[in-house]
Design a protein around this ligand. Structure first.
Ligand code: NAI
Length: 642
């Protein structure tokens, strides 16, 4: 009796294998499901069949990948190798079946799930926006060792395969068809017929075009590998992130065979399973899942959003919500003030949707609203006007009198106290903070702020809303700078102080990126805007605008209207969206420490004060906002390992 698989034979001698993991809403490949699948394959092999169709019994998708909980449990290289062997040999069995096999994919097909599909002779994808293929192992610091490194290059060619494996990028159905990852892309209503006919006709398996095949030859592999290493080096240092280099090495030297490399080789599976990065990345994945589950208690569903203030933040919050399928009314004082946000939105839709009809539909869902009529019909109202308490209070008086009683009322304020904004409301328990980060489309984290008087239901609804627009909610207390800006503050201040001492901006930025930050603090200040940095620094430290405690050079640059990237000059001169930098000098001893330790000290203080509920959430929050070196596992975790 099988627990996770159902096999049905039809009159054409086809076996329909439905994977439906017991007790779960998503199919994952655990030790138990893999064992059952291997037994099933042994059994099928002995039958005389026209073909085998593998499909999913879950509405959510095909297969999400391996069961990550089992990676977390791995302690020794031996355990890592046996997990690899289990998947590898099971999929070898699938590939060796003496009759045609097809994976019928609707929804996500990730990691081990894609490796399973690659071990089938054919793949059919259902044409649906939810259908996505990826090998995201590299993001967890591991490698696609269940046959993916061997089979994917044979199916789509080495360049496309390496791109997928080294970035973890997901591919939609149309793209998968174009690159040959799937043999057919069909509408859902004909998916079963398509699988049946493919089995009955059993066309010759697709071959790589000549030029791609050439790249598979050993000499050419070397050149492809050199190019790939160069690309990876731009994004990840080998000592910080060994997995992508391991993938390249396995493909180049061993044709993707995970058992061929000496276990002592720094890129072997045994070695990377013991590398601290791997444990840290897997831990972060777990924390990300934890954040994704926040807001699950709430049944709040938003269809309409009203955003007030179409500036940097409001405009981008509005377009992001539209991109995620919501209808948004965007309010500002005049059509002229709305125009730049509408233009940026059109840009975002073009880039992300790449389909004329979808772009047009998105534009239809973004409604300019000078009078603010949208408040009445909105499920969520987000205020993102400039940072002025009295004006925000007046605005919320209007919003409160017009909004539906069930509507979520939120401010995007960075530096005002939520309790102060809500102080003049009839019902201050309704106000919640939904604090996005700039640039909205790129940063996953959103802080959910509960003020002193906020009733508990609203932050929960806010977390549900943030999940619905595919961001990660982090509940924080209403305290200056919340978590993220508060922790960034002392770090940026330390950088500014060192600049005042005459240190070179390039050198400071290099110290930070070598530590593993995505961008150095000086470049970051230029990107955020020096005016905003100065104001934020003053707000968090409680300094009055007239005093002269702020770094002199920063104050002077702001006075000279040199705001950074947006004005073309700040600490750096900006050309074509890039800072003009001179070569960075050597990093003197102690500089990195002086830069990073204030960050860590502040994170510890914030956790101790209960700004976030625990150290794990602080780590996750700071990684998904400030990009704190993910391979170090977050500032709190890093501090604990020092
Ligand atoms: P901004 O100055 O770019 O945009 C503000 C917009 O609000 C302007 O277009 C203005 O015309 C409009 N506005 C002002 N009063 C209005 C009113 N009564 N009714 C309708 N529209 C009105 O400001 P930005 O940078 O977008 O900031 C907005 C809020 O977001 C602030 O509370 C800020 O603290 C917060 N924030 C800013 C971040 C940033 O990086 N800029 C990051 C996260 C939060």
């Amino acid at each position: 009796m099988m627990k996770h698989f159902l096999v049905e034979h039809d009159r054409d001698d086809l076996a329909w294998v439905t994977f439906d993991k017991a007790g779960e809403s998503t199919n994952t490949l655990s030790a138990e499901t893999m064992e059952e699948f291997a037994e099933l394959l042994d059994h099928l092999k002995k039958q005389s069949l026209r073909g085998v169709i593998v499909r999913s019994g879950k509405a959510s998708g095909f297969i999400a990948g391996a069961d990550v909980a089992e990676f977390i449990a791995i302690k020794t290289p031996g355990e890592a190798m046996s997990l690899v062997r289990r998947g590898w040999s099971t999929f070898q069995k699938l590939a060796a079946l003496p009759f045609p096999t097809v994976a019928l994919v609707k929804g996500f097909c990730m990691g081990g799930g894609l490796e399973l599909a690659l071990a089938c002779r054919y793949r059919i994808a259902v044409d649906d926006p939810a259908t996505r293929f990826a090998l995201p192992e590299v993001m967890l610091g591991i490698i696609p060792a269940w046959g993916g490194m061997m089979r994917l290059p044979r199916v789509v060619g080495p360049n496309a395969a390496l791109d997928m494996m080294l970035t973890g990028r997901a591919i939609d159905g149309k793209r998968a068809k174009r690159m040959g990852l799937v043999d057919a892309l069909v509408p859902e209503r004909v998916m079963h017929n398509a699988a049946r006919s493919m089995m009955m006709e059993a066309p010759a398996a697709r071959k790589l075009p000549f030029a791609q095949n050439l790249l598979m030859m050993p000499v050419m592999r070397h050149f492809v590998a050199v190019g790939a290493r160069k690309q990876v080096l731009k994004r990840a240092r080998p000592e910080h992130y060994p997995a992508p280099y391991s993938i390249i090495e396995h493909w180049e030297k061993h044709d993707g065979d995970p058992f061929a490399m000496e276990p002592t080789h720094p890129h072997s599976i045994a070695a990377i399973s013991q590398h601290p990065t791997t444990g840290n990345l897997i831990r972060i994945f777990g924390l990300q899942e934890r954040m994704k589950s926040l807001g699950k208690q709430s049944s709040f569903i938003a269809k309409r959003v009203h955003v007030v203030g179409a500036g940097t933040m409001g405009g981008d919050i509005a377009s992001w919500c539209v991109l995620r399928g919501l209808t948004v009314t965007l309010q500002d004082q005049s059509p002229q003030k709305l125009a730049p946000a509408m233009e940026r939105a059109a840009d975002l839709f073009e880039r992300r949707l790449r389909d004329r009809r979808l772009v047009r539909d998105a534009l239809d869902r973004l409604i300019p609203d000078v009078t603010g009529a949208g408040v009445r019909g909105a499920d969520v109202v987000i205020e993102a006007i400039f940072e002025n308490l009295a004006v925000k209070q007046a605005l919320f008086a209007t919003i409160e009198s017009q909004a539906k009683p069930t509507a979520l009322l939120a401010s995007n304020t960075s530096s005002l106290k939520l309790a102060d904004i809500g102080a003049t409301m009839r019902d201050p328990t309704r106000l919640v903070g939904i604090h996005f980060f700039n640039p909205v489309a790129q940063l996953q984290l959103v802080e959910i702020v509960a003020g002193e008087r906020t009733a508990p239901r609203w932050p929960e609804d806010a977390a549900a809303f943030v999940r619905a627009i595919d961001k990660l909610p982090l509940p924080v207390k209403d305290s200056p700078g919340f978590l993220v800006n508060r922790v960034l503050g002392p770090y940026m201040a330390a950088a500014f102080r060192m600049l005042e001492e005459g240190m070179q901006p390039e050198m400071l930025d290099k110290a930070a990126t070598e530590f593993g930050m995505p961008m150095g603090p000086i470049e970051l200040a230029d990107v955020v805007g020096l005016d905003i940095c100065l104001a934020a620094g003053r707000a968090i430290s409680g300094e009055s605008p007239g005093s002269n405690e702020s770094p002199a050079r920063l104050v002077n640059l702001v006075a000279a209207k040199k705001f950074g990237k947006k004005s073309g000059e700040g600490y750096y001169r900006w050309e074509n969206g890039k800072p003009v930098k001179t070569a960075a000098g050597n990093i003197p001893a102690g500089v990195t420490e002086r830069l990073i330790s204030p960050y860590i000290a502040e994170a510890k203080k914030a956790v101790a004060e209960g700004i976030v509920s625990d150290a794990d959430l602080a780590d996750a929050g700071l990684i998904f906002s400030t990009g704190f070196a993910p391979f170090r596992g977050g500032p709190m975790h890093y501090a604990a390992t020092l």
